[in-house]
Design a protein around this ligand. Sequence first.
Ligand code: FAD
Length: 467
Amino acid sequence: VMKTVRHELVVLGGGPAGYVAAIRAAQLGINVACIDENARFGGTCVRVGCIPSKSLLESSHLYEETKHSLADHGIKVGGVELDLSAMMKRKEGIVDALTGGIDMLFKKKGVTAYRGRGKFSGVNTIEVSPSDGGETIQLQADQVMICAGSRPASLRPVEEDGDRIGNSTTGLSFPEVPKRLVVIGGGYIGLELGSVWNRLGSEVIVLEALDRILPGLDNELASLAHRTFKKQGIDFRTSTFVESAKVVGDKCVVAIKGGEAIECDRVLLSTGRTPSTDNLGLESIGLETDKRGFIAVNENFETAVEGVYATGDCIGGAMLAHKAMEEGIVCVERMAGIKSHMNYDVIPAVVYTNPEIAMVGKTEEQLKEAGTEYKKGVCPFGANGRARTLGDTGGRVKILADAKTDRVLGVHIIGNRAGDLIAEAAAAMEFGASSEDIARTCHAHPTLSEAMHEAALDVEDRAIHTA
Ligand code: FAD
């Protein structure tokens, strides 16, 4: 007989959606368990996503700065060398520390962790096959949250071998710096990892089927980013369709529709992510997904099956860790009768290239399409004292405010620490701020945040530091 354990809530998946929901549930006094098939909790984000990519971005940035920018500061260094395996070890150390942190939090807060693959065998029953090969455990739950996340999407003509032709996970652990790397897909994951390898010395070619990179981003910022990354040495080929990619001998060959094939050492496929909902036993509870595999939910994150909820990447929308975490919290709180809610209008998005790109709210294109009249305030970082001292004057802050009410509708930043600066805009928008509110807020000097202040002033043409 199978061992059976009862929990009030079972969370299937231990990524940002799942582990955060489990911790919040425990805080609310719910008897909760969280299942993940990996040895380390934290999901895509902590194991093979946000965290390791940012670690490599930081390291490769430092490497490049040391080689090219320190002389500017009057600092001479000689014999700068790359130790790729040490760089990778540091990355793994950070991942270990954070995943270990989740284990510690689970213990302290009272979340029961199961390491194994979970599958529905009934609406209130999940069977867990432990990853260590132990006997299957049956979990009985009043409620189940599906937080199964997503995985890199494959592209039929791209013959992945998980090594030379691989996805973002492969691209986080190349054993050597490829001489020539082809990145298929000009979204944020392709650009972040493309930047890493470009800085470490690869010739990077980014192939994008659309006529622009970074779809979804404000056009003006995306084209500024395009020009900047091109100057950094990334070779962009937009409106380019990949016909096939395969390993041939000791090279990879990428065939292009109507163009010459590209020979390279490695291929990184980053054309999107697909929900991991195909092997959860959903058929046993009669829960269907849409054609792409996403699970539909209502504002309580309830699926079509009573007692079964879903949050995070597997329900679609912005596939971002902070959106997943927020949904996990709101879902659990609403189960517990707390009327919290998600504000999908204020979800920041950040690209961690150099310069960083960050946005929250509507783009100019979206406002035009909706026929919303808006005012625009801009501050280039060239007008910002702190940016000068940092040696990063390339970017700008752009604030879009409603022409009639002055309410902030969108903020777009390209520049050093844009990802940190966007938090002020998100907080302001969450409180329904006007651009006047930001303009009347005293910002510390000299900080990059003053560019936000100046952009807000510029909405009414009263910027002080720009002509
Ligand atoms: P996941 O993180 O995918 O977690 C789901 C977990 O459930 C996984 O561990 C999975 O193995 C497990 N699981 C699934 N099915 C089962 C099952 N049946 N039994 C047991 N376990 C199961 N987002 C950002 O916000 N900022 C970033 O900077 C950022 N950078 C990224 C960089 C890269 C290279 C990638 C790939 C992604 C990045 N993301 C980033 C996206 C972010 O990682 C995801 O949005 C986030 O992880 C989604 O969280 P989730 O909990 O929904 O799913």
